[in-house]
Design a protein around this ligand. Structure first.
Ligand code: PLP
Length: 396
């Protein structure tokens, strides 16, 4: 089933045993990446063998870290639709604009991908308590998969998190602690209390397997587009896990012989009130500095610093991509356009991706005839003021 072979530090290259529980690299504290025996996989596994498989991300089990099938904890995550955005495309003069609609995942966001895989692997390695800091969707996704696995879950969220995210965690039976501060502060408290209590820390890029779940977005794009990649991918970036994951998927698929060396230009989108990656990209830095006083209504983008910033910046540059910030007004207006013109209830983060694409088309960085994929990373339903004025409904 799985061709998992070892873990490799993304920074210093040291190798670790994948059958042991690991968080970050013990030597340099940077993220660990799962490596597979792709040569052996390519001999036994072909693109065609995917055809009859279940429509969940577990169809790519050979390149996922779970070794025994009974440990796959699944709620039907992945295999989200890639829909043609005809009306938005018309507005932008584009013929091949697509939306990858991640709102159709369990718990309404692509966080389900990472947490399905990470909770599964943690269970397989014997974990019986998990903790996570979350700006919004990660908490709900962990809570759901922990409920399915019957593992106690502890979620640390900012005190001002939109209420639906909190309700969701509580509904699944997770214990929630509200912290004065942002996701980074939650991360600190979660790590501290988690270590005391013996809970495994599921903070993104602080363990190797949420990335593995999110990389399946890259496999799906290639499979859906007939084993070709789009010219441009526009991705609302908080921690950057999905962006790093997709890039890893492209490299793996090339090693498997499934795609060639072509790569899309990767675009990271952030909110102007919290744009550490954009600033680092523009100033030519190798890593991002923590963003002071982070604020944006796009909860998933309110991430003032990420352990993956070097990796994200490297990918943006290697791909000839870009980093773009948009204001909350711009992303809210675009959220509404995406929702009304395509029938996809976009989250503010998805709106940010559209607003950024509009800028890139406007300044000629993206051409009208290119194939572009916009990520709508979650549902708009969890945000209280989802681009709808409060007096919009007629009463009688
Ligand atoms: C977490 C999240 C993001 C950011 O994802 P990363 O892969 O961590 O950059 C974007 N949008 C939504 C809705 C999210 O929940």
């Amino acid at each position: 089933m799985s061709y998992l072979s070892f873990l490799e530090c993304s920074c210093c290259g040291r190798l670790y045993d994948a059958r042991e529980l690991h968080t970050v690299c013990p030597a340099c504290a940077k993220p660990l990446l799962a490596r597979y025996d792709l040569l052996r996989a390519s001999e036994a596994w072909s693109r065609h063998s995917l055809l009859g498989r279940a429509r969940t991300l577990w169809r790519y089990a050979e390149v996922l870290p779970v070794e025994r099938q009974e440990y796959q904890i699944s709620l039907g995550e992945g295999c989200t639709p890639l829909i043609r955005a005809g009306h938005l495309g018309e507005l932008l003069g584009m013929d091949r604009l697509y939306l990858k609609d991640e709102s159709l995942n369990p718990t309404g966001s692509f966080k389900a991908r990472g947490l399905s895989v990470a909770v599964s692997r943690a269970r397989e390695l014997g974990i019986d308590g998990v903790v996570i800091p979350s700006a919004g969707n990660a908490g709900g996704a962990l809570a759901a998969y922990a409920a399915r696995a019957q593992v106690p879950a502890h979620v640390f969220m900012p005190r001002d998190v939109p209420e639906a995210f909190l309700v969701e965690c509580l509904a699944y039976g997770a214990r929630v602690t509200l912290v004065d501060g942002l996701i980074n502060d939650c991360g600190r408290v979660a790590a501290e209390i988690g270590a005391q209590e013996g809970w495994f820390n599921m903070a993104t890029l602080k363990e190797p397997y949420r990335l593995e779940g999110k990389k399946t977005m890259g496999y799906e794009l290639a499979e859906t587009l007939g084993w070709r990649l789009p010219d441009v991918i526009v991705y609302p970036t908080g921690g950057g896990t999905g962006l790093i994951g997709m890039w890893k998927a492209f490299d793996e698929m090339e090693e498997l012989g499934w795609i060639g060396p072509e790569r899309p230009r990767m675009v990271a989108v952030q909110a102007e009130g919290c744009a550490p990656i954009v600033l680092a990209f523009e100033t030519g830095s190798e890593s991002a500095l923590p963003w002071p006083d982070a604020h944006t209504i796009a909860a998933g983008l309110r991430v003032p610093s990420t352990p993956g910033s070097c990796l994200v910046l490297e990918i943006l540059r290697a791909s000839g991509g870009a980093a773009v910030s948009v204001t909350d007004d711009e992303l809210t207006a675009a959220q509404s356009r995406m929702t009304r013109l395509e029938g996809v209830f976009a989250c503010p983060e998805g709106g940010a991706a559209l607003a950024a694409l509009e800028k890139l088309v406007g300044n000629g960085r993206v051409q009208a005839n290119e194939t572009v994929v916009l990520f709508n990373t979650g549902t708009g339903l969890k945000y209280p003021n989802a681009a709808v004025p409060s007096d919009a409904a007629r009463r009688r």
